[in-house]
Each structure stands twice: as C-alpha cells, then as structure tokens.
Design a protein around this ligand. Structure first.
Ligand code: TYD
Length: 136
C-alpha cells in the first residue's frame, strides 16, 4: 500500500467498569509494530510533523483529548479530527503529515512499523514531491 491513509474504527470492549481497546498488529492494522510512542503536553497553537516516511507506516490514535491531522500524498490532501480513542488513522509511507489543534489533554498514541531511523524521514516538501514522482 503506497501513498494513502485509512480511518479505522477500533472495537471497544466496554462494561460497567469502563472501556478497553486492543489493537492487534497484522490483524486490525496491516503491519507489524516495531515501535510505540506518544505525543502529549503539546503547547497551544503548535503544529508538528512536517515530514513523510520512505517506508514507515503508522497508526495514530488520540488516546485522550483530540487533535487534527492533515495528510497529503503529493496530489491530494485530507484532514481528519481524532477525538475518540475508538478512532484510528492509518498513514502509509510516502504521505506528508502535519498534526495540529491539539487539545491540552491530548495524548496522541502512535504505533509504527519501524524503529526510529532518521534516514527514513523526508523532511523537505520538495524532496517529498520528488520521492512521490519516483515511486510512480
Ligand atoms: P519529531 O520527529 O520532531 O516529531 P514530529 O515529527 O512527530 O513532530 O521528534 C521529536 C524528537 O524526538 C526528535 O529529536 C527525534 C526524537 N524521536 C525519537 O528519538 N524517537 C522517536 O521514535 C521519535 C518519533 C522521535
């Protein structure tokens, strides 16, 4: 899967104690998970991301609070609001992403298909456009 994204609804196991959501790699999401990280305490007005990945795929979940995500495959853009732990956004490789409008309580959980590797990042938008062209 190249250059796209997909919103998914995660099954919540709720009872009178509360709720529980599990994400199973290669069952609920189409990749094995090598790394988990989370972004929190984001200051008001901050926009972050501003990169694409050569190979990495990831799933974003606002485990608490909310934020918005802009995705761009070089030809089209889409904007999503993540405002429930039941919502997931899968972002494939070669997608430029920017995250913004973080609520103060937002914990943005990311499940990634690769370990952190700076060489996988494309941080320059014109380089990203070239990479998209080359991939065609
Ligand atoms: P950065 O790439 O700027 O985050 P984003 O693009 O999501 O806004 O990452 C911030 C810092 O954290 C940067 O110094 C790299 C480091 N980092 C890691 O060490 N491991 C990781 O898994 C990630 C995502 C970032």
């Amino acid at each position: 899967m190249l250059g796209d994204w997909k919103q998914i609804e995660l099954a919540s196991h709720g009872d009178d104690r509360g709720s529980l959501i599990s994400v199973e790699a290669q069952r609920h999401i189409p990749f094995a998970v090598k790394r988990v990280y989370y972004i929190f305490g984001t200051k008001a007005g901050v926009r972050r991301g501003f990169h694409a990945h050569q190979n990495l795929k990831q799933l974003l979940i606002a485990a608490s609070g909310s934020c918005k995500v802009e995705v761009d495959d070089g030809n089209k853009k889409a904007n999503f609001k993540l405002s429930s732990p039941k919502q997931g956004l899968i972002i494939n490789n070669l997608v430029w992403r920017e995250m913004y409008d973080f609520s103060p309580d937002c914990v943005l959980l990311v499940l990634a298909s690769e370990w952190f590797e700076e060489a996988d990042y494309i941080r320059d938008y014109s380089q990203f456009k070239l990479a998209v062209e080359r991939s065609r």
